[in-house]
Design a protein around this ligand. Structure first.
Ligand code: ZN
Length: 143
């Protein structure tokens, strides 16, 4: 019998990212709509808009970084309002590789992620745990 692995405790997750992808001009317009609607509803750290693919991401996108308490509202909101776009939701732990490739969830069709660009541990790269600094001022209750 093989040894059972230890379960990951939830405290490994310090925050989450949602990456909203777009491929053409029509999708880009919808991605802008989603971005504006999220910003007026959720206190998140809205990342820069990338018209070219960056890092491990295989398509243009922007990132929404958010604290763990928002998961139960922001993720269902994106489920209902992603307007056909692919969205990668991943936890942030000490292991960016597994965060993106093993422990992530996709809304819509999955896109390629280049795992060779993601470290197995932040300690390997001298990286620090990301602190979320919200930069949106929501005025609409998402409920
Ligand atoms: Zn991310």
């Amino acid at each position: 019998m093989s040894e059972s692995p230890a379960a990951h405790p939830l405290r490994e997750i310090t925050s989450y990212h949602a990456h909203v992808y777009f491929s053409d001009d029509a999708a880009r317009d919808r991605a802008g709509w989603v971005r504006d609607r999220v910003a007026e509803r959720f206190r998140v750290q809205m990342g820069r808009w990338h018209d070219r693919h960056v890092g491990p991401h295989g398509a243009p996108m922007y990132q929404i970084a958010f604290t763990t308490d928002l998961f139960a509202t922001l993720v269902p909101w994106l489920m209902l309002n992603r307007r056909g776009l692919s969205v990668l939701v991943h936890p942030n732990t000490d292991n960016p590789h597994d965060d993106h490739l093993v422990h992530a969830l996709w809304l819509g069709p999955p896109l390629p992620i280049d795992g060779s660009r993601l470290p197995k541990s932040l300690r390997d790269t001298g990286g620090a745990i990301e602190v979320i600094n919200p930069n949106t001022l929501p005025s609409i209750d998402p409920i």
